[in-house]
Design a protein around this ligand. Sequence first.
Ligand SMILES: *Cc1c(COP(=O)(O)O)cnc(C)c1O
Length: 399
Amino acid sequence: MGPGPVDADPRVLRAMAASLVGQFDPFMTDTMNETMALWRTVWRTENEQTFLVDGTSRAGIEAALVSLLEPGDRVLVPVFGRFGHLLAEISARAGAEVHTIEAPWGEVFEPDQIADAVRRVRPKVLAVVHGDTSTTMAQPLEALGAIAREHDALLYVDATASLGGNSFETDAWGVDVATAGLQKCLGGPSGSAPVTVSVRAAALIRARKHVEAGIRSADDIDHGARIASNYLDLAQVMDYWGPRRLNHHTEATSMLYAARECARLLAVEGMDAAIARHALHGGAMLAGVRGLGLEVFGDVAHKMHNVVAVAIPDGVDGDAVRGALLSDFGLEIGTSFGSLHGKVWRIGTMGHNARRDAVLVTLAALEQALRRAGVPVPPGGGVDAALGVYESATAGVVA
Ligand SMILES: *Cc1c(COP(=O)(O)O)cnc(C)c1O
């Protein structure tokens, strides 16, 4: 029940056990096409270029940034947590001129603050984290696509923590490139990075295409500044996933099966229903920790549905409580990074763990662990508050 990775859905694990096939086997290429179509549903996009990068979420981030940014290009990163710093760092490694604006941890930016910075910096790419798990905050993105377009910038979004558990509208919000990983709300293991690329971003990436020696044809003319990574070169990866099936890496077949199953389960549930499920169980967890008398960190109005940061009560050894939850109850909750280290626990309700039994058992166990750590907790206060949320949700449906 941490901030990710979380338990994979058993159906995803089962899908991963299927037999392997060769990379140009018709079953393999059909599965790749089907996976692209399913992820369009998850991303809410018509983007043809919707596929997987093999590697964890960070491979998707790096593929997007290294394929968009040429040395000397300006990038603007609004930083409101650890992963914003990561986008800035990866952009700097790609040779970009990096500009950042920072919000205090636990807060997000007003769209105007981002618009002002775009006007000042004139970036080629505006690179934003949607939900930053380090602080639990979700940056509102609705206005950013228009801001980017108005100033001829591309909008890149890291949606790793938020996708599947919070609204995400690639096309309606004008997102040019978005990337994720399976191990948060998407219910899979880490190791595959779903990516979607808009028509205009794909054109910009293709304009930098340099096909490898040994597989190039007479029509493959090099153009533009060569993308600095071979493995994460989206121009070549798009040709591998596209009708040309240009040989690049060997698609990680078991992860392909996992990613297809994650998207299939979400498509069957419906994206709105999956988001509502995360809102419900995340809301129950929020009420539950408050019912135990704990303080919640950050601007709760902008909290992601799927994770809550809880202040560790004064005098309590946070790691000892986490250790007790793990050894006595088999439950993992998360620690924190940077300035929040030792100050908050992060508790997730995401993917397969966004479930009533998981929420209630976690709150019951946390109550015991806190009591044994000497914290005066209201008996049953967590479970009662969470059940209250479930009861009023059911009453809402009946009414
Ligand atoms: C969890 C998370 C990641 C994780 O990256 P991995 O390479 O899969 O470890 C990246 N970005 C955000 C916003 C995250 O929350």
